[in-house]
Design a protein around this ligand. Structure first.
Ligand SMILES: Nc1ncnc2c1ncn2[C@@H]1O[C@H](COP(=O)(O)OP(=O)(O)O)[C@@H](O)[C@H]1O
Ligand SMILES: [Mg+2]
Length: 273
C-alpha cells in the first residue's frame, strides 16, 4: 500500500447559515483514507456524518458552507474544483451512494438510458461499448443484463440500490462515498448488498467511506472507524482497537449500546487486553 493517502481531509469545517448565525456542523475534521481502504464514520443522528460526506463529494449546497480546511483526493484539491472539471471528477474519481436509491435514479428513464447518459457525459460514446459496459455493470451487482431496458419502478428497493451501486462503479472511481446506503432496506438485503460491495472492492480496489449509525455493520465491513460527536471526529482506529480501548467515553457508550444482532458482532468484555 502506498504511503501517500488516497484521501486526505484536514481541518474541514462546515457551517450552516441559519438566520443571522452560523451553526458549525463539522469542526476541524481530519482523517486519511488509504487506497482500497474502507473507513466507516459512525455517530448519532445529527453528529455531522452526512455534512462531512457531502462536503468531500462536493455535494453540499447552501445553507451549508465549507468555511475551512482542505480535501485532497489522489492529488486533486477537491474544494477548488468547479464547472466542467467538477462534473468530470464526480463519477470518474469519486461516486456517491445515498440512502434513497430513488433519488439517484431518474424514474422517467430506463436503466439503459441512465447508464448511457452517464457514459456519454464522460466521453464514452461508442454504442457497442456503452451497451457492453452497461450489461457488465448489471452482472457485477447480480442483476440479469436483460433488465437493462426496464424502468426503475419495476425493481425492488434492494435491486434499485444495486443499480445505484452499479452506476457508482461505472467509471471505476477511486473512492465511493456511501451515506447510509442500506438503511432503508431490510436486514437480510442490507447484508447481501454490503457483502457484494466487499467483493467488488476486493476485485476493483476502490476505497469506501461508509457512513452508518449501525455499529454492528460498521465493525464488520470497515477496516477503520471514525467516531463523530457534535461535529467533531473524536476518535479513529480499527474496530478492534476502538472496541478494546475506547478512548472517548462517548465511544464506550456507543459500543455498550451495540445490540448483539449478529453472532459475528464482537462482544465488549470487561477484560480488554
Ligand atoms: N439544512 C440544514 N440547515 C441547518 N442546519 C443543518 C442542516 N442540515 C444539517 N444541519 C445541522 O448539521 C448537523 C449535522 O447534520 P448531519 O450532517 O445531517 O448529521 P448526521 O448525518 O450525522 O445525522 C445537524 O445537527 C444540524 O444541526
Ligand atoms: Mg446523515
Amino acid at each position: 500500500m502506498s504511503t501517500v493517502p488516497l484521501l486526505s481531509v484536514r481541518d474541514l469545517c462546515v457551517d450552516y447559515a441559519t438566520g443571522t448565525k452560523l451553526v458549525r456542523a463539522a469542526d476541524r475534521v481530519s482523517f486519511d483514507l488509504a487506497q482500497g481502504e474502507v473507513m466507516g464514520l459512525a455517530g448519532e443522528s445529527g453528529s455531522g456524518k452526512s455534512t462531512v460526506a457531502f462536503a468531500i463529494a462536493r455535494l453540499h449546497k447552501p445553507p451549508a458552507f465549507v468555511t475551512g480546511g482542505s480535501v485532497t483526493l489522489d492529488g486533486t484539491d477537491v474544494l477548488a474544483l468547479k464547472g466542467e472539471e467538477l462534473r468530470q471528477w464526480r463519477w470518474r474519481d469519486l461516486s456517491v451512494v445515498l440512502q434513497s436509491a430513488m433519488n439517484a435514479l431518474n424514474p422517467l428513464l430506463t436503466v439503459e438510458a441512465q447508464f448511457r447518459d452517464l457514459f456519454h457525459a464522460h466521453g464514452v460514446r461508442d454504442k457497442a461499448e456503452v451497451r457492453e459496459r452497461s450489461a457488465e455493470l448489471l452482472r457485477l451487482v447480480g442483476i440479469a443484463p436483460d433488465r437493462l431496458g426496464d424502468w426503475p419502478h419495476t425493481f425492488s428497493g434492494g435491486m434499485r440500490q444495486r443499480l445505484v451501486i452499479a452506476m457508482a462503479l461505472a467509471l471505476r472511481p477511486k473512492l465511493i462515498v456511501m451515506d447510509e446506503p442500506t438503511t432503508a432496506l431490510d436486514v437480510v438485503v442490507q447484508r447481501e448488498i454490503l457483502e457484494q460491495v466487499a467483493e467488488l472492492r476486493a476485485k476493483f480496489g476502490f476505497a469506501v467511506l461508509f457512513i452508518t449509525h449501525d455499529l454492528a455493520l460498521m465493525s464488520q465491513f470497515c477496516d477503520r472507524v471514525g467516531i463523530m460527536l457534535k461535529g467533531e471526529l473524536v476518535e479513529q482506529g480499527t474496530p478492534a482497537e476502538l472496541l478494546a480501548r475506547p478512548r472517548h467515553p462517548y465511544t464506550k457508550r456507543l459500543w455498550d449500546s451495540l445490540p448483539r444482532l449478529h453472532p459475528d458482532t464482537p462482544a465488549r468484555t470487561g477484560t480488554a487486553p
